[in-house]
Write a protein that binds this ligand. Structure first.
Ligand code: GLU
Length: 405
């Protein structure tokens, strides 16, 4: 008889206290719904997923194939293979910062790196400041660590970005950390070097930990690359830098991210990961190694992909600008357009109503702003072919016109 048979199997599942407040990832859910509709034959334009639509560059795919043939099929060190961690150290070196391979922990996507950092740093009674809107998973990760996520609403007149005084106003004696993300998902806003430096200075003065998620750093449309916390932090003592290969190199499915952290924390994150997932997939680590070490080919691929994202960004902004009154955040990086479609009242949840109608009657998938704690907005990804992006934006604008009459 199966162990699952009998009365016990009929018991309703009762969630543990660990996940009492857990909600499914809205970004993932929208993408899954769009895929399901497409599979059912509906010609949905999927602008929900935050995922580059390009193939992983060939030289990276080939490197992974060769690595598999050469035996990269076994466990590696929990924290990742040394050549990859050394390549990550060299990247930091190009920003003028000296770190050691021991400070680097490679994980199964930057999402796991973020979770490891939150779980090892924060706990019951701690408060963590989250500039808002922010990527949906930050709030959940902090809550899963049983700390309190404290949303800090950004300035609507300044790309929904926050300033040191906004962080200070939201802080208490229990504040332990702050999550930064530039270029920002979901707004596409980019913090200038001075703005980022001011936030880091503020965190330093107050003794807060900073988790700086820089997964979109390569995708920026200004004349300079987006600034890194590594370049401007007054000290690396309480800084965790998060990055990965997913967005810059079109490698979302390979699941390789990493954290650079002070040695005691990197050791703790490694120990934690040794009990959860062990090492990130060995062939993926070799693929990431190729992306970081074959500089010429990598730079060339990134340049081409960013040029295409820029072309789409310009096209999207042109469509929106032709519609006076539709408020957006000026997209300066990443591949998102954040548009206001209603009021900030969470009860009304205008963004969700808008996104649902856009999907059901106009066959365009976008993510409701409530996923990022800004219910009056929607996020549209332009990581899709330009014709689809332009058509999707037109439909979004036309629904906005219809609903705001
Ligand atoms: N980060 C992407 C997004 O915001 C991918 C989906 C996810 O992991 O949330 O859409």
């Amino acid at each position: 008889m199966s162990l699952l048979a009998g009365p016990r199997s009929n018991r309703a599942f009762a969630p543990s206290g660990n996940i009492a407040q857990l909600r499914e990832s809205a970004t993932i859910a929208v993408s899954a719904r769009a895929k399901a509709l497409r599979a059912a034959g509906r010609p949905v334009i999927d602008l929900g997923a935050g995922e580059p639509d390009f193939d992983t560059p060939e030289f990276i795919r080939r490197a992974a194939q060769s690595a598999i043939d050469a035996g990269a099929t076994r466990y590696t060190a929990t924290e990742g293979i040394l050549p990859l961690r050394e390549a990550i150290v060299r990247r930091a070196g190009h920003m003028g910062v000296e770190v050691t391979p021991g400070q680097v922990v490679v994980s199964t996507g930057s999402k796991q790196s973020l979770f490891n950092a939150c779980f090892c740093l924060f706990g019951e009674g701690d408060e963590v400041l989250i500039p808002t809107p922010s990527w949906t998973s930050y709030y959940e990760m902090v809550t899963l660590a049983r700390a309190t996520a404290v949303p800090v609403p950004g300035d609507a007149g300044a790309g929904l970005k926050v300033t040191p005084s906004m962080l200070e106003a939201a802080s208490t004696g229990r504040t332990r950390g702050v999550m930064l993300n530039s270029p920002c998902n979901p707004t596409g806003a980019v913090y200038s070097r001075d703005e980022l430096a001011a936030l880091l200075e503020c965190a330093h003065e107050h003794g807060w930990w900073v988790i700086s998620d820089e997964i979109y750093r390569a995708i920026a449309y200004g004349t300079e690359p987006a600034a890194s916390a590594l370049e401007v932090a007054p000290s690396l003592d309480r800084l965790v830098l998060i990055d990965g290969v997913a967005k810059a190199y079109a490698m979302t499915g390979w699941r390789i991210g990493w954290a650079i952290a002070p040695r005691e924390l990197s050791a703790a994150m490694t120990a934690f990961q040794s009990h959860t997932t062990s090492n990130a997939a060995a062939p993926s680590q070799h693929a990431a190694l190729a992306a970081l070490t074959n500089r010429e080919a990598a730079d060339d691929s990134v340049r081409k992909m960013v040029a295409e994202f820029r072309r789409r960004r310009d096209a999207v902004v042109e469509v929106v600008r032709a519609e006076p009154g539709l408020e957006i955040v000026e997209p300066e990086g990443a591949f998102y357009l954040f548009a206001r479609v209603g009021s900030d009242d969470p009860e009304r949840d205008d963004g969700a109503r808008f996104a649902q109608r856009l999907l059901e009657s106009h066959e365009v998938a976008v993510v409701p702003g409530s996923a990022f704690l800004t219910p009056g907005w929607v996020r549209m990804s332009y990581a899709a072919p330009i014709d689809a992006v332009v058509e999707g934006t037109r439909r979004l604008v036309s629904l906005w016109r219809e609903m705001s009459r």
